[in-house]
Ligand binder design. Structure first.
Ligand SMILES: Nc1ncnc2c1ncn2[C@@H]1O[C@H](COP(=O)(O)OP(=O)(O)OP(=O)(O)O)[C@@H](O)[C@H]1O
Length: 327
């Protein structure tokens, strides 16, 4: 038996309790044991506490025993999903299309995914996920996301504004709308894909300051102009300390539906070269394909199907999932 009274107390604890000891102090006859309960549910926490009490309750010289759990509050509080921001420097490069299909492909791979459409002035996620006309309800001032048919809940300005009405809001109002959507009830979601507006403006800054993403995906076409802007977007995330998960080259390679010849209207390989030169991963290439445009417009994300158009999204989602697993 150790002559150190604290060591003597520890020696009484069973292994499953001992491995969770964050601290143990003895103040005269009062023992204070703090256990690390991270990752345990309520039942497992009570069992751990019971085992600790049973082991220490009859210790000679100890008249008072306090057992506390760290991370107790954290595990009871609503979990926060991990945020992946999808950005681009330039508009119209397919950022929203990628956000939707990445979300759907991740969902099909077993992740619990939601989408926030942070493009306040040009929202498109309600169309892309086929939830047009639906309105989110609010519970205790918190927005409940709209459910899409694809198992991916979503919040977009398109669900909040009157259909067809121009959204002419000043910056702070737009920022508030973004906050409301990000603070929506995302408790059933592990990964939140945030479809950012193009550029490096107010919305991006609000995101970085208040809801710092866990990682960012950058979408670009292979075109030089888009790539210059993509580099700017990467710079913003780098500066904000947000890891860049990787770059996606969209609208790469167009297969003529008549003769099958593949041409590259926006060039080829530029995004991969940009990724490599900045030491960022390249996540993959999505072809320019009329079916992607048609299905997207119809609110049927190609990644929800099993056609060839789903493949590129599935591969990209696998790389993003691998990144998430390593975090
Ligand atoms: N790989 C693709 N093949 C065919 N059409 C595509 C592809 N990617 C996107 N599109 C189409 O290009 C248009 C622009 O795409 P999208 O809205 O996703 O771009 P964005 O970068 O989010 O635009 P914005 O800057 O307006 O937010 C849409 O009509 C979309 O269907």
């Amino acid at each position: 038996m150790s002559s150190d009274p604290v060591e003597a107390l520890k020696a009484r604890l069973p292994a499953q309790v001992l491995e969770r000891v964050a601290s143990l102090r003895l103040n005269e006859a009062r023992a204070i044991l703090v256990l690390d309960a991270s990752g345990l549910d309520a039942a497992a926490r009570s069992k751990l506490e019971e085992q600790a009490r049973a082991a220490l309750q009859d210790t000679p010289g100890v008249t008072e025993l306090h057992v506390a759990m760290t991370a107790e509050r954290g595990s009871d509080a609503p979990r926060k999903p991990r945020i992946i921001a999808v950005g681009s420097g330039k508009g119209g490069v397919g950022k929203s299309t990628v956000s939707t299909n990445l979300a759907v492909a991740l969902q099909r791979a077993g992740h619990r995914v939601g989408v926030v459409d942070a493009d306040i002035y040009g929202p498109s996620q309600s169309r892309l996920l086929g939830t047009e006309g639906q309105r989110p309800i609010a519970r205790d001032k918190q927005l409940i996301p709209v459910q899409s048919r694809w198992g991916v809940p979503v919040l977009s300005m398109a669900h909040l504004a009157e259909p067809g009405q121009a959204i002419a809001w000043r910056g702070p109002m737009a920022g508030n709308a973004l906050v409301q959507m990000l603070e929506g009830d995302w408790t059933d979601v592990d990964v939140l894909i945030v479809d950012l507006p193009p550029g490096t403006g107010d919305i991006q800054l609000t995101m970085l300051q208040r809801f710092k993403p866990d990682g960012a995906v950058i979408v670009s076409t292979p075109q030089d102009l888009a790539l210059i802007d993509a580099t700017r977007a990467i710079g913003l995330f780098d500066k904000g300390g947000v890891p860049v998960i990787g770059l996606i080259e969209n609208m790469a390679g167009y297969a003529c539906p008549h003769c099958g010849e593949v041409s590259d209207p926006f060039g080829h390989g530029g995004a991969e070269a940009t990724a490599l030169s900045g030491d960022h991963p390249f996540l993959g290439r999505i072809p320019l394909d009329i079916v992607i445009r048609q299905e997207s417009d119809a609110g049927t994300p190609p990644a929800a199907g099993d056609g060839p158009q789903a493949e590129a999204f599935v591969r990209i989602a696998q790389r993003v999932a691998a990144w998430l697993e390593k975090r």
